[in-house]
Design a protein around this ligand. Sequence first.
Ligand code: SF4
Length: 464
Amino acid sequence: MFVSKLVEARAARYQAVALLGLSEGLFPVVENPDPFLDEQSRHDLKMESRLERDQKSTFYQAFTRADTHLLLTRPYLSEDGEKWEPSPYWRAAEMLFTENAKTDKQTFIKRPLSEAASRQEFLFWNVQQGQPHNFADEELNSRFQNLAKAGGILDVRRAKRTNSVYEGDLTSLASLLGQQYSQEHNWSASRLEAYSNCPFRFFTSGVLGLDITKPIELGLDIRQIGTLYHRILELVYAQAANQGTNPLEILDDVAEGVFTNAPRWLGFRPTALWEVEKSQHLEKLHNSLEAMESERGSWQPIAFEAKFGSNGSPSLVLERDGDLVRIHGIIDRVDRNPDGEVRVIDYKTGSSNIGNRDLVEGTRLQLPVYAKAAELALELGEVVDGFYWLINAGSPSSLTLTKFKSEQGEGFDAACRIAINHIHNNVNMVRRGNFRAKTPQKGCAVYCPASIYCWRYQARSNNG
Ligand code: SF4
């Protein structure tokens, strides 16, 4: 048997000839100049030419060397396992023979490994047939290990239920996490809510401390718009309370001051339309503020961006069966009525409504937490109500603490009880190391830091 490159086998005739590798880009090979040696240097050094190789003629000569038998083969899987198209020579040869002359080695049919037309096929069949994998060839061994690893990852990704250490199953670290998140830990109210939405998101941002850092971009993103609106409303109500003026009268001036510093403060580059965008934001805030003022009645705002559990103010401490959970957070606004009763308001810029179901399912927990914090930690008075104010919609959420209804109870106390139960459950799950990814029903938040690598990511249909 004589094995050689095609060019070296041209002059003789053979009883049987086997031509290998008739796949696209392999033969004829894609011609590229040598980046280090030009053609003349290659010629002088008696090296094979890289350009104008007349591969058609070489193929013709090889094809016509056989006296009685001719075998043409080609791999149908590329090195990375993708389908590999046949070369034009293969297609041309196909036209000369009947269909019977061709044999497909389908992946699902078991074949002797000796029939594999490439290393990739050899490995593929090896894995498929569960063959022992101690090869003499080191490269094959290492590629087999990589394939086995990739297979394991694919299995995990395809599984409906997340059940792997790569997707937040850290139960093996429960004792460490129990110490880290002991009764002394000061939890963030918004992060505990994020746990209900997706434990893996909580793990990524809350435990690993990862965040998405973006270069300064043109225009505002949804998160920055939310921060901008919060800041303007906070300043408007704080100044109106100080000066005893109508918030609507000072909105324009306050907003202009915030807009001026916004690019530097929020880290974005204003677009050519920034002036137009400012007037659109202002109009939206104006409509929202007007609606808020007409809803306010005799309620007087008494606190804005009220912090609890930080800056020297006490944490909210929740207790269940002897277990304590300390929480910090910021309440957007607290109002008091002439009877001394208090209500809490949390501003939201998302477009979706927030209903009773969100609280029952634990995906909206901040409002009852803020209500308890205003009363127990900040001691602002007896809290009797609370709602989310939807800035874009210019209306309160359908979820309010007094009108809350569910199968588990109705009204303010039931809403708080359900939220507190969720919080204790979430805390226990964190301590046990359960951070399994769970795609939120409404899709993943664009600012979830895991969204750049999490394969459970699903885009939101809106930014609610
Ligand atoms: S991308 Fe979606 S599923 Fe993945 S961690 Fe974030 S919220 Fe959870």
